[in-house]
Design a protein around this ligand. Sequence first.
Ligand code: ME8
Length: 669
Amino acid sequence: MAERFYVTTPIYYVNDVPHIGHAYTTIAADVIARWHRMNGRDVKFLTGTDEHGQKVARAAAKLGRTPQEHVDITVQRFQELWRTLHIQPDDFIRTTEARHRDIVRGFLQKLHDEGQLYRQPYSGWYSTSAERFWTEEEVAAAAWAALKEPAYPATEAVARLRAGELPGRCPDSGQAVEWLTEENWFFRMGDYRQRLLDWIVAHPACIQPDNRRNEVLGFLRKDLGDLCISRPAARLSWGIPLPFDEEYVTYVWFDALSNYVSALGPVGGPMHQRFWPADIHLVGKDILTFHTVYWFSMLMALGLEPPRQVYAHGWWTVKKEKMSKSVGNVMDPNKLVSVFGADAVRYFLLREIPFGYDGDYSHASAILRFNSDLVNDFSNLVHRVVKWADVPSSESAPLGEADAALLAVAERATATFRKELEALQFRQALEGLWELVRAGNKYVDTEAPWALAKAGNTARLREVLRALREVQRIVVSHLHCVSPITCSDVLARLGLSAPDLRVAFDVLPAAGVVAGAPLFMRIDAAAAMEVLDPSAAEPPPDPAPVPLAKEKPMSEVAELPANITYDDFAKVALRVGIVVAAEKHPNADRLLVLKVDIGEAQPRQIVAGIAKVYDPEVLVGKRIIVVANLAPAKLRGVESQGMLLAAGGSDVASLLAPIHDVAAGSIVK
Ligand code: ME8
């Protein structure tokens, strides 16, 4: 039996309208599932919806539906979006299904029989809008925030809340909360504190990234209380009744977390044996504690092993704000698909920010990346090769120096892709693969098939075509898990029905290639903005085409001395800068004049030879790296007080930037 791989996403609240945040987790899970399937593993990819709770019941009542009718309708928003985005789960679980309910009730009964549950009165601040209790500190902080007073004296606020002088508020909705006392059922989670700590320390991969594991360990070093797992059915009717006390239903988290196991059928059954423990639970950082502290201790209590890994990724914001209906900034993936296509949306979301970090979505960056990576680099490479469809390639692999160098890039790029993808570092994986895309384009430039054809050098033309077609095959075979439809199209043009991951230049037959239309067409920023954000006053500038990366001539590297000391290096003061203004140089086409904030009283003026690569408008707001202690110099009459770091040597290909948003002036070393 092939090695098995079980990956899950959170089950999303069925009442919500899915946005790019939900799409992000689910696309990531789909990509990793496709990759493992392609590599011959026995994969199970699970997603689904969380369908109980008073909010659902209330929304249904408002629309004159039963809760079940309501969720049967709203669940389709998720199912349809996943189809639109070419997401192919092996199973979609809904918490209102009998297969889930039966297993949850079995778990509850088992814990009850073993004395791991107890009933006792509980008092606390309850918010009807959020359907939950909040701590005194949380309610006091929210109440104080509503007063709009600058300072927050925590102790005083809590004292005034207790004395009834400060009306408590819900941190989520801002609405009034009430002091409620009711009996509830509790799970003895506190008993598992030490076992949880020991498990996490002994299995460092079980919570990733590392900083998230440290967060959880920090949380566990404090006292761990028991977990309230019920709500009175009189107040929360839409839930799974406790099998041993029908006056109560299970509270959302006990219900929801169990889905990862219930979707495998009975514990001990064939699916359970095959797939549990899960390899990866992919979640957003918002629900990390639930997926580690709550879930791991529930599993331990049930005698089941915790998942091998919970990976908490970062948070997408829009204009630096949390997406919310009231702010009106919820980014609908369907709209993005209507402009960019599903394959490009999948690519963009994974390529744009490092997995694990937060990121801000902007249409301008999506358009820029589409035009540079997908049109200029990828589609261009494919197009430059398929237009020779009529010419058969050589029978065997070419062996010249340029061909061997290209094959070496293919080996490096695909090894990086594999390693980074399997570590969920999607951005780095794609960056690695793009090294091959760019090298392929460069090979077209230097080997110049059109010149070979003109000179009648058919033998070499055929060799060049073999290398290029194989590069195309290698790129689309790897990229297939990210952008499946486009890559299947290219594979079909090469005469293949499925990805072939072999890195060699003698896999394809010599003939049988079919031409076709370009894969991606350049998007006009103004036209795209009319669809994406019709209310925006000013469309963003149409980004400049990013030229193909040119590699530095070897002579530029060879001239540098080897083995410099750290002291030599330390003389250079490198700082993170944020471009606050940029314009063309008055007397030189090649130069731009930038104002860059490097954390000093005034922005620095820096003149840089990057006008051929960047339109000035595109740079404003971008973070770059500045040499801050270079002696000032005049460039064509304009003073430059520093220098920018760029890749590409004398032919600038790209400015260098930190991979996440650090403050202006941060030291680089
Ligand atoms: O929490 N950026 O469901 P949910 C990135 N039902 N990811 C985001 C995001 C954003 N702005 N917004 C949402 C629930 N997500 C529970 C889960 S699981 C047993 C129960 C993604 O609909 C991210 O994966 O609020 C986050 O953890 C999840 O959606 C929350 O989805």
